[in-house]
Write a protein of this length. Structure first.
Length: 314
């Protein structure tokens, strides 16, 4: 991620606010499979990113000629990799995890992102040694253990479904960790391209890749849906594309470019907090003891990680 360090010239409040608001929008992603229950994860993924690509292309059209002169072939290659890893692969894992294991479990596993991003970022020059991060990583692992216990041991459904949901949630966690680190490092090297423009370019590339997914998703899939169900599906994927992809990703890129890794990594926890809140409201229930424990341990891990970085500042 960012190699630069925090200096007094940075105004932290806009960056922190953007990161929190991005988490608020991203949390809505976990409701999408619940709002369109008859559609497969592949259909949700391809539909969302086709819509993302169309909206991004419309928004970036006035800047297109200038950006073509700014971007190199290497930049386009990075966009293709980031789009695949951070959008298509991530959302396929996430949608399947919600479908098999539930939105709350998936949100809590994804909530380990602050720690995994920090762990990968610890290899950067000048980063804290792993022994300083050990308490935070252990707390996060304990939180994952709580939700894994509930998913596998306390599930009333088939164990295979819960195991598949947990495995896909971990796959989504790994995929987006790679994306978060690589994307921030790209943003740090970019010149003449804003964070919002980079987000829209990612959307255009994602939309092009989603065309390949659309063939098996819609032409070869089950076509037993009613007209009303297709309209509902279209509304869900369009809303997710606008709020979660265009707005959420744009806000996150702004935060990534404004704040250092030590701070941006911690802000990802707000996605889990909002997603869990939306999940509890959707399911009309209070969190269980294990869910509360998992969230508490993960927040404690983030606080511990932030405290370790604060102690390291001169």
């Amino acid at each position: 991620m960012h190699a630069h360090t925090l200096t007094p010239s940075y105004d932290l409040k806009p960056g922190i606010g953007a990161g929190i608001l991005a988490g608020c929008f991203w949390g809505l992603v976990f409701l999408a499979p619940e709002l369109a229950p008859g559609f497969t994860p592949l259909q949700l993924s391809s539909g969302r990113y086709l819509a993302y690509g169309l909206v991004a292309a419309a928004l970036i059209a006035p800047m297109w000629r200038r950006l073509l002169l700014r971007l190199t072939w290497r930049d386009w290659g990075r966009l293709a990799w980031l789009s695949l890893c951070g959008n298509l692969v991530y959302y396929l894992f996430l949608a399947q995890a919600v479908h098999s294991g539930g939105g709350v479990m998936t949100a809590i596993v994804i909530g380990l992102l602050p720690l995994t991003v920090t762990l990968v970022g610890s290899r950067d020059h000048g980063a804290l040694p792993l022994r300083r991060l050990a308490p935070a990583l252990l707390l996060g692992a304990a939180g994952l253990g709580c939700i894994a216990w509930q998913s596998l041991a306390a599930s009333s459904g088939p164990a295979a479904g819960s195991a598949l949901g947990l495995a896909c949630a971990v796959g989504a966690l790994v995929s987006w960790t790679i994306y978060a680190v690589a994307n921030s490092r790209c943003l740090a090297r970019l010149d003449g391209v804003s964070a919002h423009e980079w987000s829209l370019l990612t959307g255009v590339m994602t939309g092009l890749q989603a065309v390949l997914l659309a063939v098996p998703a819609f032409l070869l899939g089950d076509d037993g849906h009613t007209h009303a169900e297709w309209l509902r599906f279209g509304g869900v994927v369009l809303a997710v594309a606008v709020f979660c992809s265009v707005l959420g990703n744009g806000l996150w890129n702004y935060a990534s470019r404004t704040l250092p890794l030590a701070l941006t990594g911690q802000l990802i926890v707000f996605e889990t907090i909002f997603a869990s809140l939306y999940g509890f409201l959707w399911e009309a229930r209070w969190p269980t003891g294990l869910e509360l424990a998992a969230l508490g341990l993960m927040v404690a891990g983030v606080v511990s990680c932030a405290a370790a970085h604060r102690r390291d500042k001169p």
